[in-house]
Design a protein around this ligand. Structure first.
Ligand code: SF4
Length: 297
């Protein structure tokens, strides 16, 4: 029984034709058997025959376009088999597989590789992995003198403490978040180290980091000692500075305009109460030559 090209479609790629070159004719010719098996499956969406690929001397896979909603680029794969020297073909397996251009989901990742900072919500539990490099057993010297000395002194210690690697990683993150290279720090009048709101950390990170206690600044965040912001406790406003949203009121630029009060008519009551500021509206008596109001005792 000789080998033949088993690609049924004239448009099949040459790679497929070469892949199918070793398929036994009885398997390569079983296109109708494969299609009938898909029909019997009852899912529908069976498109054109794409080709056949030999699995071994006794098995081959026929592929059809899967014309199903949501499965763009997928293919029906039907594995047919025939015993050596036999002309009887049976169907071994039907399966829907993604083709080379198929729309498929991203590669699955376990949850502990998918989780990101900020994902933890109230009630969530997040245990460190068994070999978490950020932690070391408490009986191992952590390299943090305050932790090691205290634990040895009183014979106690936490079951795990942060490893040197873990602390260096944290320090790097904090440095990048609230460090001296940030735009805020570059424009600040002074540094956190000299700020009254700076609460230094204990332990080996004491020299470089503290927590900001200013509710109007980086409140509750770990800040580098060389970070800084405009809410520094030593910040003073420039004298004379007001809100830049409003221009200062310059009363030297106000023009005083004398207003001549009309003469009262005869039937108006003389000595009745005058409106507030009436005396100042009598032009000659209320202003000097320069138009400024005259002072009266
Ligand atoms: S108020 Fe500003 S300068 Fe002061 S500790 Fe907080 S971030 Fe640093």
């Amino acid at each position: 029984m000789g080998a033949v090209s088993a690609v049924s479609s004239a448009d099949a790629p040459s790679a497929e034709r070469s892949a199918a070159a070793a398929v036994r004719p009885v398997l390569a010719d079983a296109v109708d058997v494969a299609r009938a098996a898909l029909d019997e499956l009852g899912e529908g969406g069976i498109g054109a025959h794409l080709g056949v690929t030999g699995e071994n001397d006794c098995a081959a896979t026929h592929r059809f376009v899967a014309d199903l909603p949501g499965y763009r680029g997928w293919q029906w794969a039907v594995v047919v088999a025939a015993a050596p020297e036999s002309d009887h073909v049976t169907v071994s397996e039907l399966v829907l597989l993604p083709g080379p251009d198929a729309l498929i989901a991203p590669e699955w990742l376990p949850w502990n590789e998918r989780i990101r900072p900020g994902d933890l919500g109230p009630g969530d539990l997040l245990a460190p992995t068994a070999d978490d490099p950020r932690l070391v057993p408490g009986y191992i010297e952590s390299g943090d003198p305050e932790v090691d000395d205290t634990a040895l002194e009183i014979g106690l210690g936490r079951r795990q403490v942060m490893s040197l690697e873990g602390r260096l990683d944290a320090a790097q993150r904090w440095f990048e978040g609230y460090g001296p290279d940030s735009e805020m720090a570059k424009a600040a009048p002074s540094t956190c180290l000299l700020c009254g709101f700076y609460l230094p950390l204990a332990g080996s990170l004491h020299a470089a980091f503290g927590v900001c206690g200013n509710e109007y600044a980086a409140d509750g965040h770990v800040v580098h000692s060389q970070y800084g912001c405009g809410a520094h406790s030593d910040t003073t406003l420039p004298t004379g500075a007001g809100s830049p949203r409003f221009e200062a009121y310059d009363d030297a630029a106000v023009e005083i305009v004398p207003i001549t009060r009309p003469e009262p008519k005869d039937d108006e009551t003389v000595g009745s109460e005058q409106p507030s500021g009436a005396a100042a509206t009598d032009g000659a008596a209320a202003t000097d030559d320069a138009g400024r109001p005259e002072q009266t005792d």
